[in-house]
Each structure stands twice: as C-alpha cells, then as structure tokens.
Design a protein around this ligand. Structure first.
Ligand SMILES: Cc1ncc(COP(=O)(O)O)c(C=O)c1O
Length: 369
C-alpha cells in the first residue's frame, strides 16, 4: 500500500458506511456466548464459533490485508493455527534460525513430536540450499531481533513452483509497511499485540490468506482447539487499528532519524535498521517494504552498558515486546537470542522525535562519562 492508498481512510469508515439510523457509531462490544436462535439457526450460534465483535475486527483486518482473516488470542495462537492447518506427520518444515524464538520452540519441541521434520536456517543465507524438499516454508522479515531481510517474492515463487506453501510472519511491519500476500506469499501471520493494538494492553493475532480452503482449515482449527480471542480484546484491537496509520507513520519516521543518529554515535558499536543506506538489508528492503519499520537494533560495549542505557533513559520502558506508543528497549541476550551481550532491540514509540532523541543521547553520553 502506498501512503496515498485510500485503503486506510476507507478502514475508518468501513463500519460507518453500513450503519442504519440510530446505530452506535463506535463498535459495540458483544460479550454474549449464546444467541437467540429459535428454529433453524441463522447467524451467530455459540461464542466459541462466532462473535460479532471478532467479526468486526476480522472485517477491518481483511480490508487492510486485502485477504480473508481469522483472529486468534495472540500472535502465537495465529502462528500455531497456520502451522497446524498446513502440516501433517512426515511433512518438512523450514523455519528461520534467528526469527522470533517461540516459533522455533513450537517447531522443535512440539511439531517434531508429531512427526514433522524441522530444519532451521539463518535469515542472512535463507535461500542457500534451495527449497526443493520443503512442504511449508516459514518466513520472518525483517527478522526479530536481527532485522535481516529476506526476498519474499523470490522465495514465495520458488516454493510455490515446487508445490510448497509459504507462511510469513509480518509482525514487525504490519500490512502498512509490507504486503507479503501481494509478493506471492500464501499465508500471513501476525501478532496484533504489537503496533495494531498499540497500547501494550492487549494480546491478539491474525491469519490472513487468499486461499479459501486454507482459511477454512484455519477456522476449523480455531473452532476445535478453542483458541478463540475474548470479545473485549477484539474490541480493543479494533479501536487500536483506527489509529494504526498515524502511529505507524510517526514511529517509522522517528526510527529513521534515530537510527541515523545512533549510527554516528561513538558509544554505539553497531546499528541495524533497514532504512540506513549502508545496512546490508537496505536494497532489498526498499524493493519489498513500503516503510522501514520502527525497530532498531543497536549494540553497546557490553551487558552493563546496555542495561544502564535501557534503565536510565526516562523515555524508554525496559520491557519485552514492541510496537507500543511508549518507546521501549531490551537486551535480547537475556532471552537466549544469539546476539552480543550489549545488543539492544529498540522499539521507537510516538514521542516527539527530538524529545526522544534528546533523552536517548543523554543516556548514551552517560555511558561515556
Ligand atoms: C515476530 C513475532 N511474531 C510473533 C510473536 C508472538 O506474538 P504474541 O506475543 O502476540 O503471541 C512475537 C512476539 O513478540 C513476535 O515478535
């Protein structure tokens, strides 16, 4: 989607343009598990299967993705649904070795137990060895936390030509910054806990695909596994989506400014941000992403410097997760990611950029004093 696409203004009026006189303009929250259904059932039946508040969220997400969507109670709920809907015993799955670690845990500790053959490869060399033997190829780009970018269109075409399926975790970009389905990927999964919710107060995820048979299977998985979102959570994410474009725009623009300044700072030994012209991912990122994202990876001298930076900057929340309105940061080595002890993942929030930079610069200067 380009920044001039009407998709986002239409999103804000999707519901409004369907209203009848006297209807509430804001989305009603429907908590009911039972629906009045005398005689032959029609419409919502039972709360594990249907909920009008989820459906409104799915309608909004489908509009953004330009594909049908099903929502799940977390990003991992969505990832599990996509994998369980596409894999079976004997299938071969390829996952990035440096993407979100819980996807690897799910693959290595659970899917292998059901007879799935799991291979891991680093994002930087993901295409080496080809995709001949894989039934499902799981992609994550830019990867979390290293921010490596992989060529989604080329990989999707190669996998499809060999009869496989691609699933792309688009959490770090959202459909506003990268559109994997338009690049030929079969299924998008995302954690809406991050920037779509945007306020660090709700977990949610979704699966989007233009393959109706696959979407039916994902929906059946939700029905039988019971992995359903709560209506209150769906309502919060629906509200978050209404301001996603304005937040995402600010966060990505600020991240570009901050990454450039971090790259020239003497206390910082390395920076990864796809928007930096000399970043190894830059050329590919410009080709396949419409924005460069709000995550920056920076490396400081050591663990102590990183902890001091994170914990003394008054405009940084020392917390895991990302994509919220408040800037936040954490040392990823504390979760076992294969990164340097001083490696920090910084999630740029919506604070005015000069105020945010002033706070970050003060915390960095203190490391040198
Ligand atoms: C890239 C990525 N995918 C998926 C998830 C899982 O999302 P959730 O925490 O909503 O289950 C995360 C969480 O941090 C993530 O960073």
């Amino acid at each position: 989607m380009t920044r001039t696409s009407p998709r986002f203004s239409d999103l804000l009026h999707l519901r409004g343009n369907e209203l009848k006189r006297g209807d509430p303009v804001a989305l009603p929250l429907v908590q009911s598990t039972m629906f009045h259904q005398p005689g032959t059932p029609e419409g919502p039946g039972y709360g594990r299967v249907d909920n009008p508040t989820w459906e409104a969220l799915e309608h909004a997400l489908s509009h953004l993705e330009d594909a049908s969507c099903k929502v799940f109670p977390s990003g991992m709920g969505a990832i599990s649904a996509a994998l369980f809907a596409t894999l079976q015993s004997g299938a071969k799955l390829l996952v990035p070795s440096d993407g979100y670690y819980v996807t690897r845990v799910l693959s290595a500790e659970f899917l292998t137990g059901f007879g799935v053959d799991v291979t891991e490869r680093p994002s930087a060399t993901f295409s080496e060895g080809g995709f001949d033997r894989f039934d499902v190829v799981f992609l994550e780009s830019p990867s979390n936390p290293g921010l490596d970018v992989i060529d989604l269109a080329t990989i999707a075409a190669e996998v499809r030509n060999r009869g496989g399926i691609t699933i792309c975790d688009n959490t770090t970009m959202t459909p506003l910054g990268q559109r994997p389905l338009d690049l030929g990927v079969d299924v998008v999964v995302a954690s809406d806990t991050k920037s779509p919710g945007g306020h660090s107060d709700v977990l949610m995820g979704h699966v989007a695909t233009r393959n109706t048979a696959l979407l039916d299977r994902v929906e059946t998985w939700r029905k039988v596994s019971g992995a359903i979102p709560g209506p209150q959570e769906a309502w919060l994410v629906h509200r978050g989506l209404e301001t996603l474009e304005v937040r995402f725009d600010r966060m990505c623009s600020s991240a570009q400014v901050i990454a450039e300044r971090l790259a020239g700072h003497p206390a910082v030994t390395a920076v990864r941000y796809p928007g930096l012209p000399d970043d190894p991912a830059h050329t590919l990122a410009r080709r396949q992403m419409t924005r460069m994202g709000f995550l920056i990876s920076l490396t400081l001298a050591d663990e102590a410097a990183a902890e001091r930076f994170i914990n003394t900057c008054p405009l940084l929340r020392p917390a895991t997760s990302f994509g919220g309105v408040h800037s936040s940061a954490e040392r990823r080595a504390r979760w076992g990611d294969d990164v340097a002890p001083g490696f920090v993942r910084l999630s740029v929030g919506v604070e005015p950029v000069e105020e945010l930079w002033a706070a970050l610069a003060t915390a960095l200067a203190a490391l040198q004093g």
